[in-house]
Write a protein that binds this ligand. Structure first.
Ligand code: UD1
Length: 369
């Protein structure tokens, strides 16, 4: 019998947890063939940003927590590297599997590659072509040194080919985030957070906003807050605030303005099932998140992404997404509201079907044999 494949997978931030859940499940089914060590870097540590996701998505307790916490990019990345190097030296895995584009992703990749350990990147090939985004830097660096690049659509594979990546390394396996939506549809249906807030299905807008480019500059955040205040007079708004955003709202004295709007529900970060239920039942979503652009496309909910670009153009060409600036956000929302009765249901991108994690595990095992 061939030696078991030993895999370390690394997660750090909220969107990573959503992507690793199906991967852990697929590996568990193969425990004769594969052994798995789950490492949490501790980039996100608040109960609502981390543990709640592990509980809700049945992710096994991490075998190792590096407890790196918050810090500047350099500090967070360096602390992760220092701590993760010891794990790799101790465990000597065959593969390190990283997901997404957060600081934990690039930190783990650099450590593994310098120790001669193979790296597989899930959600490779995304490009916003905007090097002011920390995530774009993380993605490009991670992809450029990884051994296997799992992409979620053909655009992403093409980006890698355009950069000269050997096509043998690129595996188009579909969207792992959609595996999680598919596996949780029943729980999402049951969550029903609208009732508690007195909201009717399709009669509110769901908002998330956390990118430094939107929330760290006072004038930008002021304008967002005033746009959301205006919007809430026409359509109730549900806005769970990321800790970064909440911090900035307090720092710029904008919190009271938001709280004073009767139809604007400012919430703490909400759980996975609550978030997806809010999204599924909303008239539209306003966001700057990456994953939510995909989840809205999958669920057929209109999405306005408040960014000048997206690394997920397939959600515009084949989905329900559009881009807007803070200045034209109200206009964009108005046109979505006008169109909301005549959505044509588009076909989903190929392999956004719930089977991505199994396909990834299959490839890893084939490479090992
Ligand atoms: C990170 C990712 C971003 C991802 C986002 C999802 C990077 C470069 N960015 O951004 O791509 O979209 O996660 O949420 O990796 N904080 C808490 N509690 C926590 C975590 C963070 O209070 O559990 C606060 C801290 O003040 C921290 C700030 O949020 O400094 C930012 O956290 P950080 O992990 O550095 O970046 P995010 O903005 O969350």
């Amino acid at each position: 019998m061939p030696k078991k494949i030993k895999i370390i997978s690394v997660v750090g931030a909220r969107p990573n947890f959503v992507k690793i859940a199906p991967f852990c499940k697929s590996l568990m089914r193969l425990n004769e063939t594969a052994s798995h060590i789950l490492v949490h870097t501790g980039q996100h540590y608040d109960h609502k940003m981390s543990q709640e996701f592990f509980d809700a998505l049945d992710i096994p307790k991490p075998d190792i927590n590096l407890d790196v916490g918050s810090g500047s990019h350099a500090v967070q990345t360096a602390d992760t590297m220092k701590a993760f190097e010891n794990v790799c030296l101790e465990e000597q895995p065959d593969w390190v599997v990283v997901v997404g584009d957060v600081n934990s992703t690039i930190a783990a990749t650099l450590v593994a590659k310098k120790l001669g350990i193979k790296v597989a990147h899930i959600e490779a090939g995304l490009r916003s072509f905007d090097m002011t985004m920390p995530e774009e830097i993380n993605r490009r660096l991670t992809d450029s040194i990884s051994d296997l690049l799992f992409t979620h659509c053909s655009d992403a594979s093409q980006n890698l080919l355009n950069e000269g990546v050997d096509k043998e390394k690129i595996k188009m396996v579909g969207n792992i985030m959609i595996d999680t939506v598919v596996a949780n549809l029943e729980k999402i249906e049951k969550a029903n957070p609208c009732e508690k807030l007195g909201l009717k299905n399709s009669e509110y807008c769901f908002v998330t906003m956390h990118r430094p480019s939107n929330v760290d500059a006072k004038d930008k955040l002021e304008s967002l807050v005033s746009t959301l205040s205006i919007l809430s007079k026409k359509l109730p708004v549900v806005f769970p605030a990321h800790p970064r955003t909440l911090g900035r709202l307090k720092e710029f004295n904008l919190l009271e303005q938001l709280k004073s709007e009767p139809a604007l529900k400012l919430l703490e970060p909400v759980s996975y099932h609550t978030t997806l239920s809010f999204i599924k039942n909303s008239m539209l979503v306003i966001t700057d998140s990456g994953g939510i652009q995909e989840e809205t496309t999958f669920l057929g909910v209109p999405c306005v992404t408040v960014r000048p670009n997206t690394e997920r153009p397939v959600t515009i060409t084949d989905g329900t997404n559009r881009l807007a600036s803070v200045d034209d956000l109200l206009e964009s929302v108005k046109s979505v509201m006008n169109e909301s009765n005549n959505h044509e249901k588009k076909a989903l991108p190929p392999l956004w079907d719930g089977g991505t994690a199994d396909r990834i595990v299959q490839v890893l095992i084939e490479y090992h044999e």
